[in-house]
Design a protein around this ligand. Sequence first.
Ligand SMILES: *Cc1c(COP(=O)(O)O)cnc(C)c1O
Length: 368
Amino acid sequence: MKKNLTVTTPLMPDLGEFSQMLKDIWESKWITNNGQFHQQLEEALCAYLKVPYVSLFTNGTLPLLTALQALRVSGEVITTPYTFVATTHSIWWNGLKPVFVDIDPSNCGMDPDRIEAAITPRTTAIMPVHCYGKPCDIVRIQQIADKYGLKVIYDAAHCFGVEVNGKSILEYGDISTLSFHATKVFNTVEGGAMVMHDAATKQRIDYLKNFGFESETEVIAPGINSKLDEMRAIYGLLNLRQVDDAIEARHRVAIHYREALRPVQGIRFFDDMPGVRHNYSYFPIFVDAEEYGMTRDELFFKLREHNIMSRRYFYPLISTFSTYRGLPSATTENLPNATRIANEVICLPMHHELSEEDVDRVLEIVVK
Ligand SMILES: *Cc1c(COP(=O)(O)O)cnc(C)c1O
């Protein structure tokens, strides 16, 4: 049996360099609470991501929760069912009602044509997801938000380094959030961040992620604890040095997949979008069972038989989970595109360590 091909693998710093920096932390005895490396990582991320303000978090879920708190969102939040459960959970944990709208199959993001019909007098925010790092229709979403006076919080967990016409995708909306989980393009083991556009918001967020402490003797809001520690900050600083090479390696894998898959009947995939710097965070393909002659699940299990791990990401649709299926917006009739895409998608192995031979092994199964 050939070696196991994983769907992803974490970007990890050089152990020698990591140990060297650990010594600095040990000597300083400052291991968390806005330490020197936490500050350095925020600065380095601002420079790399080309954004003015970044606030680090301990994962990618807490900035979603905190963004809704910080913007005092209430009532209903329009969102997508085609995402990771953390998006919807963050709305629920704030005591808000998620309202699902369908996706546009051309980018798997929220379909702007469906947003207005979902707005009620209780709607106060839109929470779209740049799925697979592919930009949503940011211009139209903002137009709708402006027209109705809604906040926009982008779950940009997949978007590390993604740019549109030289500008960071994280610059759109009121707030964007990132995940630095081990499975993402850039990771701090567990970690995340929030990107905002002004110093006052950055200050408020920094209070909120530290229990709401403004000073030793004053708490301005019921905050949470989401402070990234110094160990993970140095892990992030070192990974940042190699993330461009990792994205370039992913790009080569994407080119290889596309060349081989283009002639295959019944398989669709995404090409690069003009003017967009992609990060190749995933390589989703969409299987039309009739044209391809095999269902998505048959292909998924066949890959597994050959020790190739792929991922049905995102399947099942969030609106079908028992927690959420009772919502009025969760019906299949309301979500035809998301339902179809969730039944067609497979994310093929995609990471910086895949060799050409690895990719050929996957293609041998998929290209019949
Ligand atoms: C990974 C991910 C999250 C959650 O991030 P964690 O760091 O795992 O908490 C949220 N939304 C999306 C779309 C994700 O892919």
